[in-house]
Design a protein around this ligand. Structure first.
Ligand SMILES: N[C@@H](CCC(=O)N[C@@H](CS)C(=O)NCC(=O)O)C(=O)O
Length: 179
């Protein structure tokens, strides 16, 4: 099988991102396996977790990996080899977590004194917030991803609006139902 086009991408962050990476290179019990090139506008999953750690000022170690050239260190923690993957300290030793929304809830619960809180305290408001989280994850992100990757089908005339119409179709929602 041919290698993924991003398998030999530049191996580390640069510019301001590199400054942040360097700040979090020291050994810490909590480790974030991430890829610098998973940009917020395409794969928001890495950025969600990275931003949460920064916002909550939770000490963490940043470990750069290329998820398209999966190192054993990542596969041992997450057999699917996706980022973000978190290595978490537990009473019985370090354990892995993955799926960005699950990681966000873990950080909220495992570090209760680190603000800001991402979810409201009131259970009903929390549930409403989760509807929005699910909507962004299941509708907006995949639709936007399809939009970015849209290609005119072979034999069809180029129409700049086709990708946009697909995006709009994917995110349609009865907005008036939600606050
Ligand atoms: N649902 C996952 C998505 C994780 C994901 O797809 N991450 C991308 C970021 S670049 C990845 O690791 N891709 C590597 C691959 O698909 O093999 C989450 O929210 O954490």
């Amino acid at each position: 099988m041919p290698a993924h086009p991003d398998s030999d991408i530049y191996p580390e962050a640069s510019g301001p991102a590199k400054t942040l990476v360097n700040k979090h290179s020291d050994e810490q019990p909590l480790k974030l396996y991430a890829g610098w090139f998973c940009p917020p506008n395409i794969f928001i999953s890495v950025q969600r977790v990275w931003l949460a750690l920064e916002e909550k000022q939770i000490p963490y170690q940043y470990i750069e990996v290329n998820p398209y050239n999966k190192p054993d260190s990542l596969l041992t923690l997450n057999p699917r080899g996706l980022v973000p993957t978190l290595e978490c300290p537990t009473e019985t030793g370090p354990k892995p977590l993955y799926e960005s929304t699950v990681i966000l809830e873990y950080l909220e619960e495992a570090y209760p004194t680190n603000g800001p809180k991402f979810l409201p305290e009131d259970p009903y408001s929390r549930a409403r917030a989760r509807i929005w989280i699910d909507y962004v994850t299941s509708r907006i992100i995949p639709s936007f991803h399809r939009f970015l990757q849209y290609q005119v089908p072979p034999g069809e005339a180029a129409d700049q609006d086709s990708g946009l119409l697909q995006l709009r179709g994917g995110i349609s929602w009865p907005f008036e139902d939600l606050d």
